[in-house]
Design a protein. Structure first.
Length: 128
């Protein structure tokens, strides 16, 4: 990988973030600025930039994993709590029946497990 192209893509990514959140209007501005690059380099920079944006967006999404579907009012309440706690991040819900009860939060490289499955695994590990 060409280090100077990666640095340009990384700089474009930093300019696309506001409080570590990817802002579409800043992405559009960076895309317009990247048009000034030579065509042969522009395509490689854009590819790297897209990969960096996707990685950043994955880190800013909070995944709420539940053992079953929940009603819209409960969903809205969870979204409010998570938004207050973690800031204005994207929130996605996933049904994971193996959790049995409770919930699991995942964001970036962090996982907070309040599920019954997680508790059972802790107990099992204590006896092993």
């Amino acid at each position: 990988m060409n280090l100077s192209l990666y640095k340009k893509a990384k700089a474009a990514l930093r300019a696309s973030l506001d409080k570590n959140i990817v802002k579409p209007e800043l992405v559009h501005k960076q895309l317009r600025l990247l048009k000034s690059e030579r065509l042969s380099e522009r395509l490689r920079i854009l590819k790297l930039y897209r990969q960096l944006i996707e990685r950043a967006q994955k880190k800013e999404t909070v995944w709420i994993q539940l053992p079953s579907e929940i009603d819209s009012q409960t969903k809205k309440g969870l979204e409010e709590i998570v938004s207050r706690k973690f800031g204005s991040r994207g929130i996605e819900f996933q049904v994971k029946p193996e959790l049995i009860g409770g919930l699991r939060l995942k964001f970036g490289d962090t996982s907070i497990d309040y599920s019954l499955l997680g508790r059972l695994e802790e107990i099992r590990e204590a006896f092993v």
